[in-house]
Design a protein around this ligand. Sequence first.
Ligand code: DGT
Ligand code: CA
Ligand code: CA
Ligand code: ZN
Length: 581
Amino acid sequence: MSASSNREVIRLFSELVDLTKLDEGSAQSFRVRAYEKAASALGELDRDVADMTAADLAKLPGIGASSAKKIREVVDTGTMEKVEKLRTAYPPALLELTRIPGLGPKTVLLLRDRLGVEDVDGLKEAIAGERIRELPGMGAKSEEKLAHAIERLGMHGKDRRTPIAEALPIAEEIVAALSGVAGVKSVQYCGSLRRFRETIGDIDILVASTQPEIASEAFVELPIATEVVAKGETKSVILVSGGLQVDLRVVPPSSFGAAVMYFTGSKQHNIELRQRAIDRGWTLNEYGLSDVETDEVIASKTEKAIYAALDLPYVAAELREGIGEIASASTGELPKLVEERHIKGDLHVHSDWSGDGRAPLEAMLDGAAARGLAYVAITDHAEGLAINGLSRDRMLEQREVLAAMRAKHDDMEILHGAELNIAPDGSVDWDDDFLEGFDWGVASVHSHFDLDAETQTQRLITAMETPGVNAIGHLSGRMIGRRPGIEFDVDAVLDAAERTRCAIEINGHLDRLDATAEVLRRARGRDITFVLDTDAHAVSEYRNVTWAVHQSRRGWVDKSAVANTWPVKKFLNWADGKRRR
Ligand code: DGT
Ligand code: CA
Ligand code: CA
Ligand code: ZN
């Protein structure tokens, strides 16, 4: 097996976690936690699992003997019997019900056994028929809440979309697998995934190859495929677990740029571009930009060449939604977008000092240094978060430990911060005096998600006004596809951000991507500062910086508004200034 085997194993373990929750009717059982731990330990592994014996694997922290055996089984057989068995007992449509807030595994089983509910449509029928209220512990109010949750998650029938956190690893795995196939020159995922939409209808994979039939064969033979819907020389379709569809198109290398452009979309962006071509007496399609009269190809190899021929600068994929990006591009008014290399520091990083961190302080600092960062803020949870947080004394102790670690990292500024918890009234864990001892503060909402919009708005504004709060973390608190964010008055919160100089975080966790692109775009033209953070709880999660950058681009955020791209001195002055108002 190749480097993709780790990802395949992790994917099967995450599925095993979800299925076991249903099977045991509990999200907290011993087995569930053991599988969760194994999945997260595998995520930290920098070796290929295929090269390790069951005994090697069982020696890793977080992986027990039974998980080790299951890992070997996946490497050796390409699948896991336990998952296959559970999948027949709990089909994907039933499993999907557990994503609805308010529906734990126990309730989902009850719905199936008592009311025959097998999927979202069945649940909607049961709600409409007022049958949920017959169940123990449920009432008319629960029906109303469930209906609202289904609505907000967009889980209806054909509109069903997959959260990007699920789709992206699958696409990466397929791209990696196809890259090694004979004749393949380039592979790229396109469509909504490349535009970095937060939910994905289907995955579109584009391959440039001189031997299309070999690429198509390899595609339908992928171990990740659960069903082959169509197979042709240049077009094929498979389904993967959960019913997500993957489309493959194979094109000759000479038209790869035109094909990438066409299949990246969006449809509306394509339509506007084609109109620009027509205005010049040309045609534009997935094969290239060409002259109508002479059939001569004007550009086709790269997207950049095609945009240039149409008198446009390159338009980043994240902007291509047909919402004015071509007009802005033609007048030179696109924002100057952030690139990963611009990011000088990370301002939201956890260690195992707080409950959900998974790596020691040293490891997180080494990881930050390995990224070449000029500064990093350690922001473990404060005590308001009951299960996770550090007491005042532990925070002071951590400050001493960090001070001692500065000697080892003389190229990197180490800031002592905290992730504060915003209470329903907008207050945070500690008084201003204690907060003054920190170098940085990020404050976030972690509970009370369904207060009314007016209360939530005031809650955020009060937190922003707190001197020790430099930034609001994951502004809406949503989990894409699982939990809708809090409702708040966006313009009032943006007004407060301008007035208080409190930054808005762009959190790079794939299941958060928060602030949302809609909120970020609404901030265009305002004088608001942003910070791009990984919110890393383990060294591997420093990778979230890539997703934070994509999210900022999708939100049309200008680089000049992102504080952690600024020169270090300017950044430190600004951060300190907010704390001393
Ligand atoms: P999704 O899958 O619903 O999340 O969204 P997309 O954008 O990935 O849509 P999809 O998979 O139907 O098609 C992929 C791309 O192919 C789309 O972004 C643009 C291009 N495309 C598809 N259908 C049309 C069409 O009728 N006209 C044009 N101009 N482009 C199309
Ligand atoms: Ca698609
Ligand atoms: Ca498609
Ligand atoms: Zn955090």
